[in-house]
Ligand binder design. Structure first.
Ligand code: ADP
Ligand code: MG
Length: 284
């Protein structure tokens, strides 16, 4: 199914019919599209090349190469790509349930069991990426998409626009990502690696369970200081009914030193991830 990064055989409009906008980001618009030959629906990320700097152009090429190399049910599948002088087009699998971000806002919090299902899926996908030395670098609820409007836990990781290959724990040094989810090592402009994604997931799980971000302040400098000092708390009002195991996992994810922080594989072995199985065993 997958093709080379540049498809020069046919033009995109010969092969696809474009539809409504599905979403947009800083440099792209994502629209619904239909393959004329099969009638199958996909999503098409349309990137205006004139708005891209040289380094963003490089980043997009990397996104394409990285996505081509990833094959996982919970990672957005790249079908094919087209490029013209003015525009890049990325045809990807269509994910129809909207952003995890909007679902969190709708629900305000996930039950512990739902949060565990989402977390397990995310850690499994991350373990896969990290085994290929791919660091996503921009994990946040806007870049995690739900497979359907009905279920709350079937998800796909999208937007590898900032992703990089990081074979070593100190491979990367560029400052990037989103304020709430940035890791201390990125804020301190230290070298970093795939563990930065684990921190971001820690922040996401905190939000799923508590309904509020762990590090937030109107003043960005103060917010960054909270992150660098790992200063957060489990406020009784929101966290009173959350299990000790869940809090223990968050404490093991939000750790300033990446070496002391759990890996995605470690997180999957954490007691909180196993709670449900323990209950099942007790009843059988
Ligand atoms: P950017 O790099 O500009 O942030 P994204 O890849 O994150 O672009 O896409 C922007 C938004 O478009 C996403 O947050 C999401 O709402 C929507 N979107 C992206 N890919 C898909 C898809 N495959 N199916 C449905 N919606 C999508
Ligand atoms: Mg995005």
């Amino acid at each position: 199914e997958r093709s080379d990064s540049v498809n020069s055989r046919s033009s995109v409009t010969e092969l696809y019919e474009m539809g409504n906008e599905l979403g947009s980001g800083a440099f792209s618009t994502v629209v619904l599209c239909k393959a004329k030959k099969t009638g199958n629906l996909y999503a098409m990320k349309v990137v205006n090349r004139s708005s891209l700097s040289k380094s963003l152009e490089e980043a997009l090429k990397r996104e394409i190469l990285i996505l081509n190399d990833l094959d996982h049910p919970n990672i957005l599948r790249l079908i094919e790509t087209f490029s013209t002088i003015k525009t890049h087009y990325l045809v990807t699998e269509l994910v129809e349930g909207g952003e995890l971000f909007d679902r969190i806002v709708e629900k305000s919090t996930y039950t512990e069991s739902e949060a565990r299902d989402v977390s397990r899926t995310l850690f499994n996908a991350l373990k896969y990426c990290h085994s290929k030395h791919v660091c996503h670098r921009d994990l946040k609820p806007e870049n995690i998409l739900l497979k359907s409007r009905e279920g709350d836990t079937q998800i796909v990781i999208a937007d590898f626009g900032l992703s990089r290959k990081a074979p070593k724990e100190d491979s990367l040094k560029t400052m990037c990502g989103s304020p709430y989810y940035l890791s201390p090592e990125i804020l301190k402009r230290e070298r970093y690696g795939v563990k930065t994604d684990v921190w971001s997931l820690g922040v996401i799980i905190f939000i799923l369970l508590g309904g509020h971000p762990p590090f937030s302040h109107d003043n960005r400098a103060i917010q960054n200081k909270y992150i660098k000092d790992c200063k957060y708390s489990f406020i009784e009002e929101y966290w009173g009914n959350v299990s000790a195991e869940a809090k223990a996992l968050i404490k093991a994810l939000l750790v300033v030193d990446p070496k002391q922080r759990l890996s995605a594989a470690d997180a999957l072995r954490h007691p909180w991830m196993r709670t449900e199985w323990a209950i099942l065993r007790r009843h059988s």
